[in-house]
Design a protein around this ligand. Structure first.
Ligand code: GLU
Length: 286
């Protein structure tokens, strides 16, 4: 973790509007919309470009990836990726409708057409692929553990066996906790796990390392991450099942962003304030 930048995030989270405004990387900072792009008739791209707007599901309470801050709009790496995709459809950041996605409503949001895409620390896996499709991955996280800063008894996932551990309904970490013999205490968002951790109802919070790093940075000195990541969580962009043209389009946008520096810029302006940059994983055109 980057200690200096860690402080920056904590200050911004504490409500220092001026700092947040000047620190760069606000919504849409990476992407100027393409002027009048053209797409094959009947495709989702043509439909969205014609409408001039897109609805994207993202997290609203996860620092670094998707957090509604002082601007009233979500900010973070997932938000930047969404803004980048919209820009290639000719849609400006102002014409993106952000909908709060929680872990459990991501598939139904896509299936019901409540959103056009979901970008929400969303792990690609076979169970989800049965009902939605994924572009990406664009990042690889791993499940980890957050405890109170003064905790000395939990050092790895082995120490969670038989213990109450907070996580979120409909998430991959919740299933993993059951698998390893912990007692999952489930709520709807990771930020709702902090109170049970503070008051001892849960001995730990477990989800992706990058989400926990964001929560730790937001509450400086109160919590710490322990152990090594013990799963692999490839983050994808969820879309309607079998909309292959749209999936290919998003994969092309991702690949381009890897080579032209816009992916790195999106990272540096958001999650990169706390986390080191790593090269993106290869897109999986399954
Ligand atoms: N990446 C995991 C998942 O998709 C955990 C994070 C989350 O719940 O958003 O379930």
């Amino acid at each position: 973790m980057k200690t200096k930048r860690f402080t920056l995030i904590a200050l911004a989270a504490a409500g220092m509007l001026a700092l947040a405004a000047c620190s760069g990387g606000g919504p849409g900072s990476t992407s100027t919309p393409v002027a009048k792009p053209t797409f094959a008739a009947g495709t989702t791209m043509a439909k969205l470009a014609e409408a001039g707007k897109i609805t994207i599901g993202t997290k609203f309470d996860q620092p670094l990836f998707g957090l509604v801050g002082p601007t009233g709009k979500p900010e973070g790496f997932d938000v930047e990726i969404g803004t980048l995709i919209a820009s290639k459809l000719g849609i400006s950041a102002d014409n993106i409708e952000w909908k709060e996605a929680v872990s459990a409503n991501r598939e139904p949001f896509i299936q019901n057409g409540d959103v056009d895409i979901v970008i929400a620390t969303y792990t690609i896996n076979d169970k989800r692929k049965a009902v939605v499709s994924f572009a990406g991955p664009y990042y690889t996280a791993g499940q980890s553990i957050l405890v109170k800063a003064d905790n000395t008894s939990i050092k790895s996932e082995k120490d969670l066996v038989g213990q109450p551990v907070c996580s979120v309904t409909g998430s991959t970490p919740a299933s993993k906790l059951t698998e390893i013999g912990a007692k999952p205490l489930l709520t709807d968002t990771y930020s709702n796990c902090l109170e049970p951790l503070r008051n001892g109802q849960a001995v730990a919070v477990s989800t992706d390392n990058v989400i926990l790093a964001g929560l730790a940075a937001q509450n400086e000195g109160e919590f710490k991450l322990v152990g090594k990541p013990f799963t692999t969580e490839p983050y994808g962009i969820g879309l309607k099942k079998d909309d292959t043209e749209f999936r290919n389009f998003i994969n092309d946008v991702l690949e381009k962003s890897y080579s032209d520096g816009s992916y790195k810029k999106a990272w540096e302006g958001t999650a990169g304030k706390v986390l080191d940059y790593v090269e993106p994983p290869a897109v999986d055109r399954y």
